[in-house]
Design a protein around this ligand. Sequence first.
Ligand code: PGA
Length: 252
Amino acid sequence: MTAPKALVAGNWKMNGLKAATSEINRLNDLINEKGAKCDVLICPPFTLISTLVDTGAKHVAIGAQDCHMNVSGAHTGDISAEMIKELGCDHIIVGHSERRADHAESNETVKAKAAAAQAQGAIAIICVGETIDEREAGKALDIVTSQVKASIPDDATADNTIIAYEPVWAIGTGKVPTAADVEEVHAAVRDVLIDRFGSAGDNINILYGGSVKASNANELMSVANVNGALVGGASLKADDFYGIISAYDQIG
Ligand code: PGA
């Protein structure tokens, strides 16, 4: 298959009430007027998914930030991939570092969640990334490649899997790795994907995430093997987020 389009995805985390619907409408209008050379996704909290899907914004896909590894059952407070799919979502983020830290999610858990998403026909956006201590100890490549190996289900393809490299120390801090560091990690992830999945691994999108904003998007998105962005803070306001999307006007 041919490689999917680049993806600029927003992760609203635990932010947004119904009033945030206006941001989706505004984003949809901006893309309608000015265009987008990449696919665009917003992953709001579960509570807003239906409201945002109901806007009918045709240029903005709506996804989820997590799912349970089981289809149904006695798991109070959890949401399954089947439930998310039924709302009209095709993308589910799994293994974000905040979930790995706040909910002690292991690679094994993340892999089971990714498989649960894929089993429902959704695309799992699997997050990986090193802490500052790991980077300073020279272990970033080892950590990230071992997370990728252990978090990806065996039947991953470019149709059901996206990887997001997000250095933990770059999330919400305004700090970003150098383009050379991003290139090195993305190349290592690409090697793991090709080793394991052959040519299919060449087509799996690898997003960069961590303090992406309009002012650095062009540089980061131009790096080899960077196939889009996963954006937290700068995805909450449509105009800021569109500034990142429009970086693809120059990249093509
Ligand atoms: P940030 O978050 O863009 O606010 O750094 C990125 C993320 O956690 O996905």
